[in-house]
Design a protein around this ligand. Structure first.
Ligand code: DX5
Ligand code: ZN
Length: 220
């Protein structure tokens, strides 16, 4: 099996020094950098928007996946594309019509990710898997880094894996929230292709090794 896809989230990084945060991720040859955008409405926290992403875009060629935890994603797709996002992750629970927002992302030639909150069943987005590059299973309530992993999310990963394999789709499955190496292994066994992690990486004494360890996780 090929390497696990690892996308560090910058949410718990040092925002006063994004230059070296990104340089470090590039040194570790991460697959993509996960950018958590929060608007204070969809989630009770506010982070950053297109201005900061376009500034970061100048620092690296690594793929940017932008996780839009915002109320009205469809109205902001163009801004986040113009800022340099390669993959846009939208939430099933946001306002607007999911198919329409997917169409907007595709109209800019970008990749589509669909995220579901812990309380949302996989069935809610099953019909959209044919149109998605990534299904992002949230394993914490979105809003903050450093929360405890919710083990119920593994069952959702298994259901999604079964369905996506049965249909022969190429959709990748990612998991986001509370992931460390031990939980990452369980998630990989449940069927994820991609791991997103903030705290497990920033709190690590050896970021390079931790990222390699994530990449080397494989399914039993
Ligand atoms: C949570 C974000 C996650 C978060 C993960 O709302 O979507 O990407 O940064 O942080 P950890 O790995 O610390 O749970
Ligand atoms: Zn995220």
């Amino acid at each position: 099996m090929s390497n696990m896809i690892i996308s560090p989230s910058i949410l718990s990084s040092d925002f006063s020094n994004l230059n070296s945060v990104i340089a470090e991720f590039d040194r570790c040859k991460v697959d993509s950098i996960h950018l958590d955008v929060m608007d204070g409405h969809f989630v009770p926290n506010i982070t950053f928007g297109p201005v900061v992403i376009s500034a970061m875009r100048k620092l690296t060629k690594t793929q940017f996946e932008t996780h839009l935890m915002i109320k009205d994603p469809n109205s902001y797709i163009k801004s986040f594309v113009d800022a340099g996002s390669d993959l846009l992750i939208i939430h099933y629970e946001s306002d607007g019509n999911l198919s329409e927002t997917i169409g907007t992302i595709r109209s800019f030639g970008k990749k589509v990710g669909i995220a579901i909150n812990p309380k949302t069943p996989f069935e809610s987005v099953r019909e959209h898997m044919i149109d998605a590059d990534l299904l992002l299973v949230m394993s914490v309530e979105p809003g903050f880094a450093g929360q405890l992993f919710m083990p119920q999310s593994l069952e959702k990963v298994r259901q999604a894996r079964d369905y996506i394999d049965r249909e022969g789709y190429k959709t990748l499955i990612g998991i986001d929230g509370g992931i460390n190496l031990k939980i990452g292994k369980e998630a990989v066994d449940a069927g994820v292709d991609q791991i997103i992690a903030a705290s497990a990486i920033t709190s690590s004494k050896d970021v390079f090794k931790t990222i390699q360890d994530f990449k080397n996780l494989s399914r039993d």
